[in-house]
Design a protein. Structure first.
Length: 223
Protein backbone atom coordinates (compact mmCIF):
# COMPACT_ATOMS: atom_id res chain seq x y z
CA UNK A 1 0.00 0.00 0.00
CA UNK A 2 1.06 3.60 -0.58
CA UNK A 3 3.12 4.74 2.42
CA UNK A 4 0.98 7.86 2.61
CA UNK A 5 -2.33 6.00 2.48
CA UNK A 6 -4.47 4.49 5.19
CA UNK A 7 -7.38 2.11 5.58
CA UNK A 8 -10.54 3.39 7.23
CA UNK A 9 -12.23 0.74 9.41
CA UNK A 10 -15.87 1.61 10.08
CA UNK A 11 -17.20 -0.84 12.69
CA UNK A 12 -19.12 -0.40 15.95
CA UNK A 13 -18.47 -3.84 17.47
CA UNK A 14 -15.31 -3.44 19.59
CA UNK A 15 -14.19 -7.08 19.26
CA UNK A 16 -14.57 -7.11 15.48
CA UNK A 17 -12.85 -3.73 15.17
CA UNK A 18 -10.00 -4.90 17.42
CA UNK A 19 -9.47 -8.16 15.50
CA UNK A 20 -9.50 -6.42 12.12
CA UNK A 21 -7.11 -3.78 13.42
CA UNK A 22 -4.75 -6.40 14.81
CA UNK A 23 -4.33 -8.42 11.62
CA UNK A 24 -4.04 -5.39 9.33
CA UNK A 25 -1.49 -3.61 11.51
CA UNK A 26 0.47 -6.87 11.76
CA UNK A 27 0.80 -6.74 7.97
CA UNK A 28 1.96 -3.14 7.89
CA UNK A 29 -1.22 -1.21 7.11
CA UNK A 30 -1.87 2.26 8.48
CA UNK A 31 -5.35 2.52 9.94
CA UNK A 32 -7.95 4.98 11.14
CA UNK A 33 -10.96 3.83 13.10
CA UNK A 34 -14.56 5.01 13.00
CA UNK A 35 -17.45 3.65 15.04
CA UNK A 36 -20.28 5.72 13.51
CA UNK A 37 -21.37 7.11 10.16
CA UNK A 38 -20.60 10.63 11.40
CA UNK A 39 -17.02 9.67 12.30
CA UNK A 40 -16.55 7.97 8.93
CA UNK A 41 -17.77 11.07 7.12
CA UNK A 42 -15.48 13.34 9.11
CA UNK A 43 -12.36 11.21 8.65
CA UNK A 44 -12.83 10.42 4.95
CA UNK A 45 -13.75 14.04 4.24
CA UNK A 46 -10.40 15.31 5.49
CA UNK A 47 -8.14 12.90 3.59
CA UNK A 48 -9.11 10.20 1.10
CA UNK A 49 -8.39 6.69 2.42
CA UNK A 50 -6.80 4.01 0.24
CA UNK A 51 -9.82 1.81 1.01
CA UNK A 52 -12.76 1.60 3.40
CA UNK A 53 -13.90 -1.49 5.32
CA UNK A 54 -17.51 -0.67 6.08
CA UNK A 55 -20.03 -2.22 8.47
CA UNK A 56 -23.69 -1.79 7.53
CA UNK A 57 -25.57 -1.45 10.83
CA UNK A 58 -24.04 1.45 12.76
CA UNK A 59 -25.28 3.33 15.85
CA UNK A 60 -26.25 6.50 13.99
CA UNK A 61 -27.34 5.12 10.63
CA UNK A 62 -26.91 2.67 7.79
CA UNK A 63 -23.47 2.19 6.28
CA UNK A 64 -25.00 1.78 2.81
CA UNK A 65 -26.53 5.26 3.02
CA UNK A 66 -23.04 6.58 3.75
CA UNK A 67 -21.73 4.56 0.79
CA UNK A 68 -24.41 5.91 -1.55
CA UNK A 69 -23.41 9.48 -0.66
CA UNK A 70 -19.71 8.65 -0.94
CA UNK A 71 -20.15 7.31 -4.47
CA UNK A 72 -21.38 10.71 -5.66
CA UNK A 73 -17.86 12.08 -5.25
CA UNK A 74 -15.43 9.17 -4.80
CA UNK A 75 -14.44 5.81 -6.27
CA UNK A 76 -12.44 4.77 -3.19
CA UNK A 77 -12.59 0.94 -2.96
CA UNK A 78 -15.01 -0.33 -0.31
CA UNK A 79 -15.32 -3.76 1.32
CA UNK A 80 -18.74 -4.14 2.94
CA UNK A 81 -18.78 -6.23 6.14
CA UNK A 82 -22.08 -7.34 7.66
CA UNK A 83 -23.92 -10.18 9.32
CA UNK A 84 -26.68 -9.81 6.71
CA UNK A 85 -25.71 -12.35 4.08
CA UNK A 86 -28.77 -13.17 1.98
CA UNK A 87 -28.45 -12.78 -1.80
CA UNK A 88 -30.76 -9.75 -1.55
CA UNK A 89 -28.50 -8.14 1.08
CA UNK A 90 -25.39 -8.77 -1.01
CA UNK A 91 -26.97 -7.29 -4.13
CA UNK A 92 -28.06 -4.25 -2.12
CA UNK A 93 -24.51 -3.72 -0.85
CA UNK A 94 -22.98 -4.02 -4.31
CA UNK A 95 -25.59 -1.77 -5.91
CA UNK A 96 -24.88 0.87 -3.26
CA UNK A 97 -21.31 0.96 -4.53
CA UNK A 98 -19.49 -1.77 -2.62
CA UNK A 99 -16.58 -3.35 -4.49
CA UNK A 100 -16.67 -6.53 -2.41
CA UNK A 101 -18.91 -8.03 0.29
CA UNK A 102 -17.92 -10.26 3.22
CA UNK A 103 -20.42 -11.70 5.68
CA UNK A 104 -19.82 -12.20 9.39
CA UNK A 105 -18.51 -14.32 10.94
CA UNK A 106 -15.40 -14.73 8.79
CA UNK A 107 -11.86 -16.02 9.15
CA UNK A 108 -9.34 -13.21 9.65
CA UNK A 109 -7.05 -14.78 7.04
CA UNK A 110 -9.89 -14.55 4.48
CA UNK A 111 -10.59 -10.95 5.53
CA UNK A 112 -6.92 -10.05 4.99
CA UNK A 113 -6.84 -11.58 1.51
CA UNK A 114 -10.04 -9.77 0.52
CA UNK A 115 -8.51 -6.46 1.60
CA UNK A 116 -5.31 -7.23 -0.32
CA UNK A 117 -7.31 -8.11 -3.45
CA UNK A 118 -9.36 -4.92 -3.10
CA UNK A 119 -6.23 -2.77 -2.99
CA UNK A 120 -4.60 -4.71 -5.81
CA UNK A 121 -7.56 -4.11 -8.13
CA UNK A 122 -7.69 -0.44 -7.17
CA UNK A 123 -4.01 0.05 -8.05
CA UNK A 124 -4.74 -1.02 -11.62
CA UNK A 125 -6.72 2.21 -12.16
CA UNK A 126 -4.42 5.20 -12.82
CA UNK A 127 -4.87 8.52 -11.03
CA UNK A 128 -5.75 10.27 -14.31
CA UNK A 129 -7.19 8.91 -17.55
CA UNK A 130 -6.49 11.18 -20.53
CA UNK A 131 -7.66 11.11 -24.13
CA UNK A 132 -7.53 14.23 -26.27
CA UNK A 133 -8.90 17.17 -24.27
CA UNK A 134 -10.66 14.81 -21.83
CA UNK A 135 -9.30 14.06 -18.35
CA UNK A 136 -10.97 11.62 -15.96
CA UNK A 137 -10.20 11.30 -12.24
CA UNK A 138 -11.26 7.80 -11.07
CA UNK A 139 -10.66 8.68 -7.42
CA UNK A 140 -13.18 11.53 -7.43
CA UNK A 141 -15.38 10.23 -10.29
CA UNK A 142 -15.06 13.59 -12.09
CA UNK A 143 -14.37 14.32 -15.75
CA UNK A 144 -12.99 17.48 -17.34
CA UNK A 145 -13.18 18.77 -20.91
CA UNK A 146 -10.54 21.38 -21.74
CA UNK A 147 -10.05 21.82 -17.99
CA UNK A 148 -13.74 22.46 -17.29
CA UNK A 149 -15.73 20.13 -15.04
CA UNK A 150 -18.25 18.20 -17.17
CA UNK A 151 -20.57 17.89 -14.13
CA UNK A 152 -21.45 14.23 -14.63
CA UNK A 153 -23.62 12.06 -12.44
CA UNK A 154 -22.01 8.95 -10.94
CA UNK A 155 -23.60 6.75 -13.61
CA UNK A 156 -22.61 9.12 -16.43
CA UNK A 157 -19.03 9.14 -15.17
CA UNK A 158 -18.94 5.32 -14.93
CA UNK A 159 -20.25 5.05 -18.49
CA UNK A 160 -17.72 7.56 -19.85
CA UNK A 161 -14.85 5.77 -18.11
CA UNK A 162 -15.85 2.50 -19.76
CA UNK A 163 -15.62 4.19 -23.15
CA UNK A 164 -12.39 6.11 -22.49
CA UNK A 165 -10.67 2.89 -21.43
CA UNK A 166 -11.77 1.25 -24.72
CA UNK A 167 -11.50 3.85 -27.53
CA UNK A 168 -12.37 2.71 -31.05
CA UNK A 169 -13.67 -0.62 -29.70
CA UNK A 170 -17.31 -1.67 -29.96
CA UNK A 171 -18.70 -2.41 -26.49
CA UNK A 172 -21.97 -4.32 -26.08
CA UNK A 173 -24.99 -2.58 -24.60
CA UNK A 174 -25.40 -5.40 -22.09
CA UNK A 175 -21.85 -5.00 -20.79
CA UNK A 176 -22.23 -1.22 -20.42
CA UNK A 177 -25.58 -1.54 -18.65
CA UNK A 178 -24.20 -4.07 -16.16
CA UNK A 179 -21.18 -1.86 -15.40
CA UNK A 180 -23.32 1.24 -14.83
CA UNK A 181 -26.39 -0.23 -13.09
CA UNK A 182 -24.78 -3.30 -11.52
CA UNK A 183 -27.29 -5.79 -12.93
CA UNK A 184 -28.25 -7.43 -16.21
CA UNK A 185 -30.02 -5.25 -18.74
CA UNK A 186 -33.00 -7.64 -19.12
CA UNK A 187 -34.54 -5.66 -21.98
CA UNK A 188 -34.25 -2.25 -20.30
CA UNK A 189 -32.18 -0.65 -23.08
CA UNK A 190 -34.04 2.66 -22.90
CA UNK A 191 -32.20 3.90 -19.81
CA UNK A 192 -28.83 3.24 -21.44
CA UNK A 193 -29.87 4.95 -24.69
CA UNK A 194 -31.04 8.02 -22.77
CA UNK A 195 -27.81 8.24 -20.80
CA UNK A 196 -25.68 7.84 -23.93
CA UNK A 197 -27.67 10.64 -25.59
CA UNK A 198 -26.98 12.96 -22.61
CA UNK A 199 -23.31 11.98 -22.53
CA UNK A 200 -22.95 12.54 -26.28
CA UNK A 201 -24.24 16.09 -25.83
CA UNK A 202 -21.74 16.74 -23.00
CA UNK A 203 -18.90 15.49 -25.24
CA UNK A 204 -19.55 18.16 -27.87
CA UNK A 205 -16.32 20.03 -28.59
CA UNK A 206 -14.11 17.17 -27.42
CA UNK A 207 -13.52 15.73 -30.87
CA UNK A 208 -15.07 12.44 -29.72
CA UNK A 209 -18.54 10.99 -29.93
CA UNK A 210 -20.41 7.77 -29.12
CA UNK A 211 -21.75 5.92 -32.14
CA UNK A 212 -24.34 3.15 -32.07
CA UNK A 213 -23.35 0.00 -33.96
CA UNK A 214 -26.58 -1.72 -34.98
CA UNK A 215 -26.92 -5.05 -33.23
CA UNK A 216 -23.42 -4.76 -31.77
CA UNK A 217 -23.32 -2.00 -29.15
CA UNK A 218 -21.58 1.36 -28.97
CA UNK A 219 -18.19 2.70 -29.98
CA UNK A 220 -16.31 5.72 -28.57
CA UNK A 221 -14.48 7.27 -31.51
CA UNK A 222 -13.17 10.45 -33.09
CA UNK A 223 -15.74 12.53 -34.90
Amino acid sequence: MDNHGYLLLVEDEPVVQSNNKMILERHGYKLRLAYTVAEAQEISGKERPSAIILDVILPDGNGLDFLNELRKTSNVPVLVLTAMGTPKDIIKGLEAGGDDYLTKPYELSVFLKRVEALLRRASLVPDILEIGPLELEPASARAFLNGEDMVLSQKEYTLLQQFVQRPEITVSAGYLYEKVWGREMAGDAGSLKTMIYRLRKKLEGSGYTITAERGEGYIFERE
